[in-house]
Design a protein around this ligand. Structure first.
Ligand SMILES: [Zn+2]
Length: 504
């Protein structure tokens, strides 16, 4: 979970008018909160308004499509588990944030975030003493009162605790662990054949010390995590690698980071040759994750794939890279982690539960499968799409446009009767009903046509359909394209196929 400030060289270019952006996000019905707003709000909890929820659904459906298309099947597990599970997974003992207190006002902050918000470094991997030294050397002071920090770190568990039937339990901090638990059931379902892939989209909870930055760092968030179970001997026997090996990805290995150099576009075949990634199956997972972000419509120049520094990698992880998106408001933001978790999780749960979590090869040998994980959420991509495609045109009349790619637009079409006259309204309602079978459609009959176009553009809606007096005679309507502003006369009977084609 790394959220970093914009790197200094580009900050001026991309920094937005933040208050205009926040009003856009709230007033257009994208994201509200922190909730409960009428009680003053608790940091880290948000409501997706009608437009935001439609957008998040688009993101989640894209994830479903990509995972299913690549042979992963979806599961839905519980969000609460007894603490035995979290003891075995390691979360109970070690899943914590390092916090630091202000010596003057006693405010508490997450130490690594204090550093990352000011400097483009990944402080996650810093040792305690390095983190303290960094804060001292760079003279980072309390953001609330500018006071000095105490020279001491403490740990706060990220687990949200509860009790179920008298037993200690916790809300899940990730979907991954819950996905691993029914391994025996999955193994049966997939006819005792490896590899197989599953994924889960669902809520997870982390008791973050200082959640900020809207839904980028919430205490309750939606994860979308794919898990590939594989025989460790087969990691390099991965046919699907052949299809993607010539794809070029923006790889930023840690030596480049150390030398303050930018990512290099490199083919996966080359990355494997240079041992930047260890296996063909892992390289394929990295491609799948990257391709998902391109499919969301995030431009290539806004993406980079950052290798974990050896000291920031989980102790069991063999390979670990993050995909990062450069947002306008918060700079580079981690949006996905691809990890080779090896056999760590299944071994841990096997030990704690006493149940063998194994597979059998054709020659009869038993082994614990390895897990390759593609871990991301759906809040961050949703936020990134809002952040990247929000456009305020200050040069003319300050019009706001949400230039989201057409395929990801929350609402596809607006339908307007030119006037509130029965004969026009009747045709417009007929069109609305018919289009609603295939698309999300908004019907808007109030105000001038110009105002309605503006509202439609603020919602990012690609097409506006206007029914006018000619429509009665020629059975056609005017379709206005959001980005080009071009208007075309389209037969009402051909409207569905016209829009379907344009949305692709
Ligand atoms: Zn202070």
């Amino acid at each position: 979970m790394v959220v970093k400030k914009i790197d200094a060289d580009n900050s001026a270019k991309v920094k937005l008018d933040e208050s205009a952006f926040i009003s856009f996000v709230q007033e257009s019905g994208l994201i509200w909160g922190p909730e409960p707003e009428i009680y003053g709000g608790l940091a880290g909890f948000y409501t997706y308004g009608p437009l935001g929820k439609l957008l998040k659904n688009k993101v989640e459906n894209s994830v479903r499509h990509v995972f299913n298309f690549n042979g992963f099947r979806e599961l839905e597990g519980p969000t609460i588990m007894p603490d035995r599970v979290w003891k075995a997974s390691g979360h109970l003992g070690t899943f914590s944030d390092r916090i630091i207190n202000c010596s003057k006002c006693n405010a508490v902050f997450r130490a690594d975030k204090l550093v990352e918000e000011k400097f483009d470094v990944s402080a996650d991997g810093f040792s305690d003493s390095k983190l303290l030294d960094f804060i001292k050397e760079k003279k980072i002071n309390c953001p609330s009162c500018s006071g000095r920090f105490n020279d001491k770190l403490e740990r706060q568990s990220l687990m949200m605790k509860t009790k179920v039937a008298g037993q200690d339990a916790s809300l899940r901090p990730e979907t991954a662990t819950v996905t691993y638990l029914p391994f025996v059931r999955m193994y049966q379902y997939f006819r005792k054949k490896l590899p197989f892939g599953v994924f889960q989209i669902g809520k997870a909870y982390r008791n973050e010390i200082s959640p900020r930055q809207s839904v980028l760092r919430g205490r309750e968030f939606t994860q979308a995590e794919g898990q590939l179970f594989i025989d460790p001997k087969e990691k390099d026997n991965w046919d699907r690698f052949e299809i993607v090996k010539n794809e070029h990805l923006p790889l930023w290995d840690y030596t480049l980071q150390d030398a303050e150099k930018i990512p290099v576009l490199m083919s996966l075949e080359n990355a494997l040759k240079k041992k930047l990634v260890s296996t063909k199956a892992y390289a394929w997972c990295l491609w799948l994750a990257y391709m998902q972000f391109r499919r969301f419509g995030i431009p290539a120049e806004r993406l980079r794939i950052r290798q974990h520094h050896p000291n920031e990698r989980a102790f069991y992880a063999a390979d670990a890279w993050d995909i990062e998106v450069k947002t306008n408001n918060y700079g580079w933001v981690e949006v996905c982690g691809v990890h080779d978790r090896t056999d760590y999780d299944l071994k841990q749960h096997s030990k704690e539960s006493g149940v063998a979590l194994e597979a059998i090869r054709e020659d009869g040998t038993r082994f614990v499968p390895h897990i390759l994980e593609i871990a991301f959420g759906t809040d961050r991509p949703t936020y990134a799409l809002i952040d990247l495609f929000y456009e305020k045109k200050s040069e003319d009349d300050g019009k706001t446009v949400f230039k989201i790619p057409y395929s990801m637009a929350p609402i596809s079409i607006s339908v307007f009767p030119l006037m509130k006259k029965d004969e026009l309204v009747e045709i417009a309602e007929g069109i609305y009903n018919n289009l609603s079978k295939d698309f999300i459609v908004d019907y808007d009959a109030s105000g001038s046509i110009g105002k309605r176009y503006l509202r439609s553009m603020i919602s990012g809606t690609p097409f506006a359909v206007t029914v006018d007096y000619d429509s009665i005679k020629d059975k056609a309507v005017t379709v206005r394209d959001r980005d080009s502003g071009k208007q075309e006369r389209v037969k009402i009977s051909e409207l569905v196929s016209y829009i379907k084609e344009k949305l692709q």
